[in-house]
Ligand binder design. Sequence first.
Ligand code: 218
Length: 187
Amino acid sequence: MSKNTNVRYLVEAAIFAALAMSLSFIPDFFSWFSPSYGAIPLILFSLRRGLKYGLLAGLIWGLLHFALGKVYYLSLSQVFIEYIIAFISMGLAGLFSNHLKMQINSNNKVSALTIASLATVLAAFVRYFWHFVAGVIFWGSYAPKGTSAVWYSFTVNGTAGLLTAIIVLITIIILIPTQGRFFAPKD
Ligand code: 218
């Protein structure tokens, strides 16, 4: 890869992380149960440029929460798990980038959709697994009376993770058949 190409991918990572962050400002009426709209650009980008750049974009998205004062702070380890580890995890969608490109280039739309869906489910699952862990350890005191920390965290983060996966799945169902070049760019 030429130096220019690397720089271009880095700029793309920054742009998509910024897009993800701007979507994090959509008001969440159902608080912690809400989907993470920023997962849409983040996963699309990870599928386009692969694991390394996807993880980087996830890291930038997480760090932008600090720059813009959007961090919910309970403790240092909680913030590290939820704003560094969890957000980086979304870039795991990039693991499937090469397989996806192959299927798009040979015009196998069903295989392409299957792979992108797997990538989406993995990325959402791993990210919300970390929020679940943090929820059990750090957010248990917010559980309604009579609800255990584990069950509370599971319902909250399970719902948010599922909704997040669903909105990204809807997006890829629309984009893979119509905008294949975005996922398998010529450069
Ligand atoms: C039970 C519970 N409540 C709240 C949180 C915190 N949390 C959940 C999901 C996503 C994020 C990152 C910002 O969008 C945070 C901080 C939790 N983990 N568990």
